[in-house]
Design a protein around this ligand. Sequence first.
Ligand SMILES: Cc1cc2nc3c(=O)[nH]c(=O)nc-3n(C[C@H](O)[C@H](O)[C@H](O)COP(=O)(O)OP(=O)(O)OC[C@H]3O[C@@H](n4cnc5c(N)ncnc54)[C@H](O)[C@@H]3O)c2cc1C
Length: 391
Amino acid sequence: MTGVRAPINAVSRQPFDVCIVGAGIIGLSLARAVSERWPKASIVVLEQNAGIGQETSSRNSEVIHAGLYYPPGSLKSRLCVRGNALLYEYCAQHYIPHQRLGKLIVAQAGEEAALENVLASAQACGVASLRSLTKAEISALEPRLQSAAALWSPDTGIVDSHALMQRLQQEAEQNGALIAPHSRFLAAHCQGPGVFDVDVDAGDTAGGDSEPFRLRCRMLINCAGLAAHQVAGAISGIDKSLIPERHLVKGHYFALSGRSPFRHLIYPVPDASHRGLGIHATLDLAGQCRFGPDIEPITDVDYTVDESRKSAFADAIRRYYPALDETRLHADYAGIRPRLGSAYADFMIQDEYVHGCPGLIQLFGIESPGLTASLALAELVTLKLQDQAPL
Ligand SMILES: Cc1cc2nc3c(=O)[nH]c(=O)nc-3n(C[C@H](O)[C@H](O)[C@H](O)COP(=O)(O)OP(=O)(O)OC[C@H]3O[C@@H](n4cnc5c(N)ncnc54)[C@H](O)[C@@H]3O)c2cc1C
């Protein structure tokens, strides 16, 4: 991503109303929402990297999910459904490249019951647009697809996540927020209700101080994605036993060179253990087809993609696309989910009512559908800020 700017210690040492840790899609959505809601608030977003959105927010499928798979009433379900509507509206208003392509969820012989479960779950979550397709409709939509049955989700689409983040950054900055790259959160000390001293390292920029410095803020929001647990562990005065267990789960992608065999997104029936949505086919906005992600539990952040995974990918893809030419598959990129628990777990938002520290909000486990849910999540956190300590 672009966006290299002056380090924060060269710009401002004033107390801030709000300090957001992490300039991924969530931190940026929040900076925009808070700066819009409270135009006079001073807001800083600390980002350890040289630019915005270089971690999970630029290492995903870029799919605008419709909210089909999550338990009714869960945060993932509610924020995905609301986020889907908000995101399409935002993209249209701000000319952000996106397409409401639609997706097929395909079952092979013997898997039909799993499709029924997806349909029932989506309906329970208020997603009325999902429906079954006839054989003739499946062939008309995707002639190269092999399936015994399929569902059609017209509200699933794709978005240019980079353009989206750049626009959110631009809006937040126009509203006066300061997005500070090369600014690594080190620790925070709660000095009383709504008073935090935050230690920041801006030392690795050319010409920047090598000494960490301290800023003060009234509200502190932890949107550090994969590192949310480390950030939480470095905030003094909160009960560390509240920090949930984190499991890193890596997902690899393989790109298909040449013309895409599909015009829509193709998903197999989801893994019954809720560990993932299966190796699916997505398209980018240029029409290029890629497959993924798979699931690999890991202990350290490592984004390499091993070409030796190709045959496992090919086996999974051939279940719904038997004509796959494996020589057209190439290792592409990988992303990492910060999962809470070994199977399904909801997003977790901890506020004063959980940890007893006014002014602090922490977000954990913001895995898929976090991109889709981003604007809705920002809306919810903004309401919580208003409730906790009015700006
Ligand atoms: C393989 C995969 C596929 C996915 N596909 C989809 C999809 O198709 N649709 C969908 O809706 N969602 C999808 N998701 C989920 C989505 O990508 C994430 O939920 C979302 O990007 C999380 O955004 P974030 O801002 O919380 O995290 P991040 O993008 O990781 O941002 C956190 C930021 O915090 C910064 N940071 C960390 N520690 C510090 C520190 N100490 N000081 C300063 N900054 C710090 C990091 O550098 C980073 O920029 C997918 C996720 C994965 C892994």
